[in-house]
Unconditional design. Structure first.
Length: 398
């Protein structure tokens, strides 16, 4: 494709527009960046002679962003799914040695090639739904070497597929049975964080603040260490109980707090003041048969940006479909189709600290998804359908 070109006869979404959240227009792509987005007749003069391609009225969105995944892992937990169907809870499975620990065992035993192959198969399904940026967490190693292998695998994906990867160190995901939480943090988690940071493998630091994982005080140790390394933080917070995790994340100017089913009013206020994004994960809510929903109306009223993600993982959300996450965000959590689309574009970019993604405007990366739909609401409305016409990554159709 030419270095600069113009996409015409498109419907751009999401945008603030009196007639809805899409508008007819054109996009100028120059050297992998968006140089212009707006009415066709306002295309800058310097691009009047550039190659032009009509999109036939198709909807164009920013490339979709999956801002919370655990997609580097090995093994299956289908048997645990059967256990939950007969009444076992997530906590009961974890305390019995299942859950995260079974995936840790399988991931430790897997070769580097097996980890990469499995991750690429999941990434391919995401790419097929217009995803151009994926966040990937570690956390299934619980030892220094496997945590590093997971992050190296995540980084390697960019060399095999046209997709942007952001890596998150999640050493504070669980702790081995033979150690206390504090012993694990001192002897394994924090040294692993240092090793990963030294190797340039970390874009952000996460933790699991929950009564079956780490307390707020223990996560604070991790966050303080991250701050010393100059790394932003995010947190699995208030999924199963209110541990004050969202307030803690906000105190450290966290990029996001994720799950949030048990989020308090104080947590909402803290997130609003800090600009911390609420990442909602309906796949886990659905899979675990939860009944308490995130406080969407309170988040909305407080002006907290809301993102959506697949939470792709082998236990509580074995889902690779960002479009299904959008549908679930609407049907289960009450988000509007516009909020769902913003949740996987502009707000997802905020949750990853990416200022150059998630919007169709000049100065953004030319990561775009072109859809065989007339109305952007169809992306949330359809179930089990991926009407992707074309994906553009860094200005290149792929």
């Amino acid at each position: 494709m030419a270095e600069s070109y113009v996409l015409t006869n498109a419907r751009l979404a999401p945008v603030e527009h009196e007639a809805g959240y899409s508008m007819p227009g054109a996009i100028v792509v120059d050297s992998g960046m968006i140089a212009f987005a707006g009415p066709d007749d306002e295309t800058p003069q310097q691009y009047q002679g550039a190659p032009r391609r009509s999109l036939g009225g198709r909807v164009v969105t920013p490339g979709l962003i999956d801002c919370h995944t655990h997609l580097v892992y090995h093994g299956s937990r289908a048997r645990e799914f059967e256990m939950r169907l007969t009444g076992a809870t997530y906590e009961e499975i974890m305390r019995a040695g299942g859950g995260i620990f079974s995936t840790v065992e399988a991931t430790r035993a897997a070769s580097n090639e097996a980890l990469l192959s499995g991750a690429l198969s999941r990434v391919d399904r995401m790419i097929g739904e217009g995803v151009t940026t994926i966040e990937i967490k570690s956390g299934y190693g619980l030892d220094v070497e496997t945590e590093l292998r997971m992050l190296r695998t995540a980084r390697a994906i960019e060399t095999h597929r046209p997709v942007r990867i952001r890596t998150t160190f999640l050493g504070a995901h669980a702790f081995p049975k033979q150690m206390s939480a504090d012993e694990y943090l001192t002897q394994i988690c924090l040294p692993a964080l240092d090793a990963a940071a030294d190797e340039g493998l970390v874009d952000a630091v996460d933790g699991f603040c929950e009564n079956i994982a780490f307390s707020a005080a223990q996560i604070e140790r991790v966050f303080e260490h991250a701050a010393k390394r100059g790394l932003p933080v995010k947190l699995h917070a208030e999924q199963l109980s209110d541990q004050g995790g969202a307030k803690l994340a906000a105190r450290f100017q966290g990029l996001s707090a994720d799950h949030l089913e048990f989020l308090s009013d104080e947590g909402v206020s803290a997130m609003a003041e800090a600009g911390t994004v609420a990442v909602l994960l309906p796949g886990a809510f659905y899979m675990l048969k939860e009944t308490r929903k995130p406080p969407v109306e309170r988040l909305r009223a407080a002006g907290v940006p809301m993102a959506l993600a697949t939470d792709c993982n082998p236990g509580s959300s074995p889902m690779t479909s960002i479009l299904l996450a959008m549908n679930m965000g609407a049907t289960l959590f009450g988000l509007s189709p516009q909020e769902c689309l913003e949740g996987v574009t502009s707000n997802a970019a905020k949750a990853l600290g990416l200022p150059d993604a998630g919007q169709i405007k000049a100065g953004m990366r030319a990561d775009l998804a072109i859809w065989d739909v007339d109305d952007p609401a169809e992306l949330t409305y359809r179930i089990g359908d991926a009407p992707l016409h074309e994906r553009i990554f860094g200005g290149v159709a792929c």
